[in-house]
Every structure is written in C-alpha cells, then in structure tokens.
Design a protein around this ligand. Structure first.
Ligand code: CA2
Length: 147
C-alpha cells in the first residue's frame, strides 16, 4: 500500500491555540484528521508527525526511506533557513511537496526564500488547512503518474 508522511516543523503544534488572527482556529489535530480522511479516500496510508527540532526532522526524513513513498513537508520557519533539511530531502530520494498554510510570498521578505523548494517536486501555499488535503491529492497523483 502506498504510504505518505506529513511532517510539520516548529511551532505548528500551537496551531489553533495561539495567534488565531494569523494562523486560524484549526488545530494540528484537526488537520491530521482531515489529512487522514483524504488519504483514506485514495486508499493510501498516512503518517502525520510534528517536531520543533531541526535535527529530529532530519532524522524523521532519513527514516522515511523505505517506509513511505512521498513526503509532504511544512518545515515552518526552517523552510527559510535550513540547508540541513534540504540535504536530508535530497539524500532520501523521495518526492517531497513543500506546504505552507500561509502564502509565504505575500508575507515578509525573509519568508520568500525557501531551501526546501529547491528539492521539492512542487509547492502549495496560501490555502490554510485545505492545503494539506490538496497536497495529499497532489502527491497521490504524482506517484500514480510515475508508476
Ligand atoms: O504558513 C506556514 O505554514 C508556515 O510554514 C508557518 C511557519 C512560518 O514560519 C512559515 O514562514 C510559514 C510558522 C508556524 C508557526 O505556527 C504558529 C501557530 C500558532 C501560533 C504561533 C505560531
């Protein structure tokens, strides 16, 4: 069975609990439920994880090799800074979709740069929690097209 990993980076565990004016009221647990339902609708498995630690995220990406067929990555602020995450994505040779709740290109200049985008098959941003469902569909279609 095809299996996907959704990996969320720093502070995304606070979704729905702090700054609802910026990030909305949907919690990460709500987003996990939406993502699981979407994956089930395509008969694919899904593991959903979150870490506040860059090194742990690197370890999770390494461990995805052989366990999952594709990774959906909302690396949070590490998107804009982490060559280590970019190298980890390159090393596992799995397709990665970069995902953000907000439209990072409509925000501060420092959020316009993404190291993840350089090694991703595509980027989805600006659609809030719905972006997770869109990313699951995009990854399933990408994997099926390359079968
Ligand atoms: O829009 C996204 O999904 C981001 O990855 C969110 C990151 C931000 O650094 C990226 O530029 C874009 C920040 C996540 C912080 O989440 C919070 C949630 C609630 C309260 C505070 C932070």
């Amino acid at each position: 069975m095809t299996s996907l990993l959704i990996l969320n980076g720093p502070n995304l565990n606070l979704l729905g609990q702090r700054q609802p004016e910026v990030y909305g009221t949907t919690t990460l647990s709500d987003i996990e439920a939406m993502s699981q339902a979407k994956a089930a609708s395509f008969s694919v498995g899904l593991e959903f994880k979150q870490s506040n630690s860059e090194g742990e995220m690197v370890d999770i990406i390494h461990a995805a090799k052989g366990q999952h067929d594709g990774i959906i990555l909302n690396a949070g602020a590490y998107t804009h800074t982490s060559i280590a995450l970019m190298d980890a994505v390159s090393s596992v040779e799995l397709p990665v979709i970069e995902l953000h709740l907000s439209n990072i290109h409509a925000r501060e200049e420092f959020r316009h740069k993404s190291y993840v985008a350089k090694v991703a098959v595509g980027v989805i941003c600006g659609f809030g929690a719905v972006g997770y469902e869109l990313a699951v569909e995009a990854m399933v279609r990408h994997l099926r097209a390359s079968e």
